[in-house]
Design a protein around this ligand. Structure first.
Ligand code: 5AD
Ligand code: SF4
Ligand code: FES
Length: 365
C-alpha cells in the first residue's frame, strides 16, 4: 500500500503506525500535512491554553529519569503557599486562559488530599466557576480522586510513561511504589469517576523501539483517553538513567520522532486533545509551534511565579525558567499565530472526544 493510502486509513493498525513513525523526507511532510488536515476537520485550528502551576517539586518517588526525584539531593525543594497558587490561578483567569493545571511531585497523605480539595474550591470561587481545573498529581487512591472531582477538578493527567511493562520496569525502581499495574488501575479509576483523562509517554527512552512506540499509540486508543501529552525524553545528569545517554537517539532525531508520534496519534484518535509538550521546546526553540503544526491543539504556558521555575527541573534545558508569566503569554500568543493556529481564549476547550463519549453513554442509559 502506498504511504498516502495509509494516511487515509480510518483505523490504522500497528504495521501502518510503524510506517508513519519511520517516515522520512517527503513522507514525513505528508504525515504532518495529513495530521494538520485531520485536526482542522475534527477539532478546528483552535489552540487552547492551560495555565500550568508547578506548585511543588517535593516528590515521594524515585523515577530513574526525573530530575526532581526524591533521591536527587541537589535539587532545592519548594512548595508554594496556597495564596501563591491562588494568585497564579487568578492571573490565568485574568488573562482568559480558560483553565489551569495543578502539577506537583507525587505526595499521598490525608493532609495533601484536603489541601488540593481546598485549592480546587478556591480556584472555582475566585473565577466564579469559570476556570476549568486539570490535576496532574500522580497516583492516588480512588477516594482521593473522587473527592477532588467533587471539589471541581474535571480533568486529570497521568502519563503511563511507556505502555511496555518491561521498559516501565527498567526506568523505575522495582518496588510497590512504582508499579505498572497500579498506574493502569489509577487510569481506569479516573475514567470511571468521570474525569476527562489524559495520559502520555516519553519518546526516545533508552531501549525504546519504534514498535514499542506504535504499541503506546495503540494503548492510548484501547483505553480510549480524551487527551494526551507526550514529548521527548531528555536526559538529566543527576538521575540514574543518565548513564544510558550513549544509547539514545541524537536529540534532533528524538524531537522528530516526538512530532511523528503527535501526527500519528492525531490520525489514529482524531478528536482528542493533544498537548504540545514543553519538553519539545527543550530541544528546539520552535518546538511547541512545530508540535501544533504536527497535530497538537493544546499548550500549557507556565504561570508559576518566576522565582520557583528553575527548581521544577524534570529535565535539563527546560524553557522559560527565567521568564515571568507575562513573557510567556506574549511569546506564546505570537508563536501560535505563526503556527497557523488561533487561541481559544476564555474557553475550557474540552476534548471533543470526551463530549462524544459522554453523549454516547447517555444514549445507552
Ligand atoms: N524527560 C522528559 N520528560 C520527563 N518527565 C519526567 N522526567 C522527564 C525527562 N527526563 C515527564 C514524565 C512525567 C512528566 C510530569 O514529566 O513523563 O510524567
Ligand atoms: Fe516524582 Fe513524577 Fe518525577 Fe516520578 S516523574 S520522580 S513521580 S515528579
Ligand atoms: Fe515562555 Fe516563550 S513560552 S518565554
Amino acid at each position: 500500500m502506498g504511504f498516502n493510502d495509509i494516511l487515509l486509513m480510518d483505523d490504522p493498525g500497528k504495521a501502518e503506525l510503524v510506517r508513519m513513525l519511520s517516515a522520512e523526507n517527503e513522507d514525513k511532510q505528508l504525515l504532518f500535512d495529513r495530521a494538520a488536515r485531520v485536526k482542522e476537520e475534527q477539532v478546528s485550528r483552535k489552540v487552547y491554553f492551560r495555565g500550568l502551576i508547578e506548585f511543588s517539586n517535593i516528590c515521594s518517588k524515585n523515577c530513574y529519569y526525573c530530575g526532581i526525584r526524591k533521591g536527587n539531593t541537589k535539587t532545592a525543594r519548594y512548595n508554594l503557599s496556597d495564596d501563591e497558587i491562588l494568585h497564579a490561578a487568578r492571573y490565568a483567569h485574568e488573562k482568559r486562559y480558560g483553565s489551569v493545571v495543578l502539577q506537583a511531585g507525587e505526595l499521598r497523605s490525608p493532609a495533601f488530599t484536603r489541601r488540593i480539595e481546598k485549592l480546587c474550591r478556591g480556584i472555582k470561587e475566585l473565577s466564579g466557576g469559570e476556570l476549568g481545573i486539570t490535576l496532574s498529581l500522580g497516583e492516588q487512591d480512588q477516594d482521593t480522586y473522587q473527592r477532588w472531582f467533587e471539589s471541581g477538578a474535571h480533568r486529570y493527567l497521568l502519563r503511563i510513561e511507556t505502555s511496555n511493562r518491561e521498559l516501565y520496569r527498567k526506568i523505575h525502581p522495582p518496588d510497590e511504589y512504582h508499579d505498572f499495574d497500579t498506574r493502569n488501575r489509577c487510569l481506569r479509576e479516573l475514567q470511571d469517576i468521570g474525569y476527562q483523562s489524559g495520559t502520555g509517554v516519553m519518546i526516545g527512552l533508552p531501549y525504546q523501539t519504534i514498535e514499542r512506540l506504535a504499541d503506546d499509540l495503540i494503548f492510548m486508543k484501547e483505553i480510549d483517553v480524551d487527551m494526551v501529552g507526550m514529548g521527548p525524553y531528555i536526559e538529566h545528569h543527576d538521575t540514574p538513567l543518565y548513564r544510558f545517554r550513549h544509547e539514545l537517539l541524537p536529540a534532533g532525531a528524538r524531537f522528530q520522532l516526538a512530532l511523528k508520534m503527535i501526527a500519528a496519534l492525531r490520525i489514529l484518535m482524531k478528536d482528542i486533545n493533544i498537548a504540545a509538550a514543553t519538553a519539545l521546546q527543550a530541544i528546539d526553540p520552535l518546538g511547541r509551534e512545530k508540535g501544533i503544526r504536527a497535530g497538537a491543539n493544546v499548550i500549557m504556558p507556565n504561570v508559576t511565579p518566576g522565582l520557583y521555575r528553575n527548581d521544577y527541573a524534570l529535565y535539563e534545558n527546560k524553557p522559560c525558567t527565567d521568564e515571568d508569566p507575562d513573557d510567556c503569554l506574549d511569546c506564546l500568543d505570537a508563536r501560535v499565530q505563526l503556527a497557523d493556529g488561533e487561541i481559544g481564549y476564555g474557553e475550557w476547550g474540552d476534548s471533543k472526544h470526551y463530549m462524544k463519549r459522554i453523549q454516547g453513554q447517555n444514549k445507552l442509559q
